[in-house]
Design a protein around this ligand. Structure first.
Ligand code: PEP
Length: 252
């Protein structure tokens, strides 16, 4: 049985004080939840303070990025050990905004994924097609390549620990959600590719859906057999709506 994971990606939002204030509200509202794993990914600058706030609670924290080298002359980068040092157990890898604005490729995603796993950080590897790719009917080829290249060289154990987030680029921050059927179709395909490469890890890997998830659409999405949770941007920024997302998945 895969435990659902509801993850909030705060992107480049919130000062330290703002982040801590949302976490304080969130922490008490979700204190009784044990059927869903709750993950918050604040900006690097807020991680340490947010970690102090979530210690001993049922909320885990993750970074939004990491670099694959362990140390050295890489100005502005953050190493896997530094991410871990702030209290993170997860890290987002290859979010479409990083692919689009910061030149990340399947190859760099692979380096980051392997570097995270090497230090026992769980990577949440983001995959997804652009609108042009969907309209050209190449969605499955794109996703297959992102999985094959982005996750190349993982052991079966690492493959089952890794989390995949299917995020159609056209649905991120646009208010356009994939229909539950569209999301399920691609997520079932991700599991099929996984089974071909990593065999039994396919039953264990959690595949999240991301792209304008909100309290109004989460229920239908979470009913799909291959949707094991959500990666949520906008609707995770305020405690009230994120609590609704987390609680909805519990109700189901
Ligand atoms: C995201 O940040 O990964 C995301 C899916 O954003 P939003 O929920 O705002 O579309």
């Amino acid at each position: 049985m895969r435990k659902p994971l509801m993850a909030g990606n705060w992107k480049m939002n919130k000062t330290i004080l703002e982040a801590v204030s949302v976490v304080k509200a969130l922490k008490s509202a979700v204190a009784d939840i044990s059927d869903v794993e709750i993950l918050l990914c604040p900006s690097f600058t807020a991680l340490y303070a947010v970690n102090n706030e979530v210690k001993g609670s049922n909320i885990s924290i993750g970074a939004q990025n990491l670099f694959w080298e362990t140390k050295g002359a890489f100005t502005g980068e953050v190493s896997p050990a530094m991410v871990k040092d702030t209290g993170c157990s997860y890290v987002l890898v290859g979010h479409s905004e990083r692919r689009q604005y910061f030149g990340e490729t399947n190859e760099t995603v692979n380096k980051k994924t392997r570097a995270a796993l090497a230090i026992d950080l769980i990577p949440v590897v983001c995959v997804g097609e652009t609108l042009a790719e969907r309209e050209s009917n190449v969605t499955f080829q794109i996703i297959e390549k992102q999985i094959e290249e982005g996750l190349a060289g993982l052991t079966p154990k690492q493959a089952s620990l890794t989390v995949i987030a299917y995020e159609p680029v056209w649905a991120i921050g646009t208010g356009k959600t994939a229909t539950p059927e569209q999301a399920q179709e691609v997520q079932a395909f991700v599991r099929k590719i996984y089974a071909q490469i990593y065999r039994e890890a396919a039953d264990k890997v959690r595949i999240l859906y991301g792209g304008s998830v909100n309290p109004g659409n989460v229920s239908e999405l979470m009913k799909q057999p291959d949707i094991d949770g959500g990666l949520v941007g906008g609707a995770s920024l305020e405690a009230e709506s994120f609590v609704k997302l987390v609680k909805y998945s519990v109700a189901n």
